[in-house]
Design a binder for this molecule. Structure first.
Ligand SMILES: N[C@@H](CCC(=O)N[C@@H](CS)C(=O)NCC(=O)O)C(=O)O
Length: 205
C-alpha cells in the first residue's frame, strides 16, 4: 500500500482526497513539524529534497512528489476524474490545474517562509504575496462559471484543490465575498459523503 507523508490540513490533504476519490488505498504517515529542524524534517528530507508535503512512497518503494504529478498518476487509472477526452473542458482542466499549482501554490511558500527569500522586510514580502494571491483567485473565479463543480456535474481533481486551498487563506469570508464560485465549489466538495472522513481528519469540515 502506498504511503502519504503529510500533516493534517496541509498539502497532503489534496493527495489524500484525490486518492480517496479514486478508491486508491493508502497509509498516512504524520510528519507534522517537518518544516522545522528535527526528526520529522530529517525523515522527510531523506525522501524529498524540497522537504514538502505531499510526498508519497509508492508500492515499489519509489518516491512521488508534486501534487500535479500525483493528480496525473491518479488520472491514469481514473480518467473520469477529469473532463472527457476530446472536450474543450478537458483542455481548460489541464490549464487551470497547472495554473493553480504553478502560480497560486508557490504564494504559500513565499508568504509562509518569507525569510527564506529576503534578508530584510519579510513582512512586506508576505503582505505583497498575499495581495498577489488574492488577485490570482479573483481571476480564477471568473473562469469558473459552472455549478456545482468547476466543470458542472462531474467532480474533478481541480475541485479537490479548490476545497483544500480555500482553507489556507484568505479567510472563508473573503472567498465568499470576492471569489463566490470558488467558495461554492469548495462547499460542494465538503458535502461529498465519500470524502467526509478525510475532510474531517484534515480539519477541512
Ligand atoms: N509544488 C508542490 C508544492 C508543495 C508545497 O508547497 N507544500 C507545502 C505544504 S502545503 C510545504 O510542504 N511547505 C513546507 C516548505 O516549503 O517548507 C506541490 O504541488 O506538491
Amino acid at each position: 500500500m502506498l504511503t502519504v507523508y503529510g500533516a493534517p490540513g496541509w498539502g497532503s490533504a489534496i493527495a489524500e482526497l484525490m486518492l480517496t476519490l479514486a478508491d486508491v488505498p493508502y497509509h498516512f504517515e504524520n510528519v507534522e513539524g517537518f518544516d522545522k529542524p528535527g526528526p520529522m524534517q530529517d525523515r522527510l528530507l531523506r525522501l524529498n529534497p524540497l522537504c514538502q508535503v505531499p510526498t508519497l512512497q509508492l508500492d515499489d518503494g519509489s518516491v512521488m512528489t508534486e501534487s500535479a504529478a500525483i493528480a496525473l498518476m491518479i488520472l491514469d487509472i481514473r480518467p473520469e476524474l477529469a473532463p472527457p477526452q476530446g472536450t474543450p473542458e478537458r483542455q481548460q482542466f489541464w490549464r487551470l490545474l497547472i495554473w493553480l499549482v504553478a502560480n497560486v501554490y508557490p504564494t504559500f511558500t513565499y508568504a509562509d517562509y518569507p525569510e527564506r527569500f529576503v534578508s530584510q522586510a519579510p513582512e512586506q514580502l508576505r503582505e505583497q504575496v498575499i495581495h498577489h494571491r488574492k488577485r490570482l483567485y479573483v481571476w480564477l473565479d471568473e473562469q469558473l462559471k459552472a455549478t456545482p463543480y468547476a466543470f458542472g456535474e462531474q467532480l474533478t481533481l481541480l475541485d479537490i484543490y479548490l476545497c483544500v486551498m480555500r482553507t489556507w487563506g484568505p479567510r472563508h469570508s473573503w472567498f465568499f465575498e470576492n471569489a463566490p464560485h470558488i467558495s461554492a465549489i469548495a462547499d460542494a466538495v465538503c458535502a461529498v459523503p465519500k470524502l467526509n472522513k478525510v475532510l474531517r481528519d484534515n480539519d477541512i469540515i
